[in-house]
Design a protein around this ligand. Structure first.
Ligand SMILES: Nc1ncnc2c1ncn2[C@@H]1O[C@H](COP(=O)(O)OS(=O)(=O)O)[C@@H](OP(=O)(O)O)[C@H]1O
Ligand SMILES: Nc1ncnc2c1ncn2[C@@H]1O[C@H](COP(=O)(O)OP(=O)(O)O)[C@@H](O)[C@H]1O
Length: 219
């Protein structure tokens, strides 16, 4: 049989220590082509806030509404990733950093596939949100701060985790032993106050902001 050597890719495609063994030119469909087929612009909606602030409630309701409108979406959240990809990571600053780094890399992959991605993580430090923005890219990253006070979250406590933390049964608990840094104005996060907004009103606020960003504009 004739020995055919494969076409050589441009040298630049293999540059760098983390070079991908599947160079970009082998991609069959570009992101733009995928978005066109899905008739949507992919974005990463990053919900952050205390445990019990209402992130999951909003994330699930947003995904339901967008799906009903014909959008293709995917939901990523702390509880799910921590049982799989991020199993073994705890809540030290270093572990949260790795947790968010991996979550942001996964979210970026979904966005590259044209999918509207809803991420729900406490993401308590500004540096973590900056990491997520840096990985995903500022143009694709849409942060929303889901706010409720520690006291309100402790009163809601659907998982019993605040009661457990009060009995010193949870290490590095956010808001108690580990800090939560509210977003600074220059982070430009959407502010959703679940202290005052009902779940329906909070969804309405988030949905309106998201729809404006994911609407498909044909060229
Ligand atoms: N120490 C401590 N502090 C805060 N939260 C804790 C802790 N231990 C377990 N849990 C549960 O883990 C969920 C948060 O995980 P995240 O991956 O979102 O956290 S982080 O972004 O890495 O800070 C969080 O879920 P949510 O209530 O959905 O936020 C908690 O149920
Ligand atoms: N806008 C809201 N107003 C009042 N309670 C809410 C609101 N959103 C969520 N909740 C309640 O708060 C609790 C925590 O919500 P959840 O979505 O699980 O928070 P998180 O994912 O941030 O931990 C639940 O009992 C939920 O019913």
């Amino acid at each position: 049989m004739k020995n055919v050597s494969p076409a050589q890719p441009p040298a630049a495609a293999y540059d760098g220590p983390g070079a991908n063994i599947h160079p970009i030119f082998e991609q069959v469909l570009s992101r733009a082509e995928k978005e066109k087929r899905l008739r949507q612009r992919a974005r990463v909606i990053w919900l952050f806030g205390l445990s019990g602030s209402g992130k999951s409630t909003l994330a699930i309701a947003l995904e339901r509404r967008l799906a009903a409108e014909g959008f293709t979406t995917h939901l990523l959240d702390g509880d799910n990733l921590r049982t799989g990809l991020n199993r073994g990571l705890g809540f030290s600053d270093a572990d949260r950093t790795e947790n968010i780094r991996r979550a942001a890399e996964v979210a970026r992959l979904f966005a590259q596939a044209g999918i509207v991605t809803i991420a729900s993580f406490i993401t308590p430090f500004r540096a973590l949100r900056d990491t997520a923005r840096g990985i995903i890219g500022a143009a694709d990253f849409f942060p929303a701060y889901v706010h409720a006070s520690f006291e309100t979250c402790a009163r809601r406590d659907p998982k019993g985790i605040y009661a457990k933390a009060a009995a010193a049964g949870v290490a590095d608990f956010t808001g108690r032993d580990s800090r939560f840094e509210p977003p600074a104005p220059d982070e430009e996060a959407l502010f959703i106050d679940t202290e005052t907004a009902s779940p329906e009103a909070a969804l309405g606020q988030l949905h309106a902001a998201v729809r404006a960003r994911i609407a498909f504009v044909s060229e």
